[in-house]
Write a new protein. Structure first.
Lengths: 118, 118
DNA sequence: TTCACCAGGTAACCAATGGTAACCGCAGAG
DNA sequence: CTCTGCGGTTACCATTGGTTACCTGGTGAA
């Protein structure tokens, strides 16, 4: 359907997953949630998310800020410091997300087993 | 990293989201969960997931079966009928997923508002 | 006979995602 | 005077994900 597609206004879940399901978002949210209600600086986030590049961290945070899940605070210090923290909305998302995380930690081994099995 | 990349063995959440976060998986799981513990046939799924193509439903179901979240049963009838249902693992995933769905239904409007705002 | 249905498979294409590398200005350390 | 760290941005590429379109092969309906 290349056309207008008025469908799929439905399922907000998919739209949510489109936002938080991208490669690095869940890890960023996790790190920010662990630090909540404190803030984390850009470079700290980078260190705590192994393998992420500056660009990807940047765009990931931008989208989270854009969606109102993360707040960005610029400290006008000498080399400018930028602090990130979860908003209230972000913190509320943390609840179901933590449940999903627990499930993942408990059951991903079974998925791996099934995937490897055949 | 086109190379081996030994990093990111961590965060099972991201690996989970890599699997269930793709465009159609969440909707397929939802439909199967609504029908659980009953089964749903291919064409029924196709009708209940507006906009999905045959191919995408096919590959989506394949990956779910591959990951052990969905079971596939072939009924050797005249034009062969294929039935899908959530496995126990899939059903257990439904719990945190339902929580995420509830969050999405309750709060996506706020995200939309924030996104539209700027 | 021709059509549509069933459950897919295949091929080709296109857009979006993700990744690498380089660059920016500014500061303090050496 | 050069190097590093800070918080990005930009340009460029490769890979992936998703899409349309067409194929199969057997069946019952028109």
């Amino acid at each position: 359907m290349t056309r207008g597609d008025l469908f799929s206004p439905a399922c907000p879940t998919r739209r949510l997953l489109d936002r938080i399901g991208s490669k690095w978002t869940s890890m960023a949210v996790k790190v920010l949630a662990e630090a909540a209600p404190g803030e984390v600086r850009f470079a700290d986030l980078r260190r705590r998310i192994p393998g992420i590049s500056q660009k990807m961290l940047s765009v990931t945070l931008q989208s989270l800020v854009h969606d109102g899940l993360v707040a960005r605070r610029v400290e006008p210090a000498v080399p400018v410091r930028v602090h990130y923290r979860l908003t209230e909305l972000g913190l509320s998302l943390e609840v179901p997300l933590a449940a999903l995380r627990e499930w993942a930690e408990a059951h991903m081994a079974e998925i791996d087993e099934a995937s490897a099995g055949r």
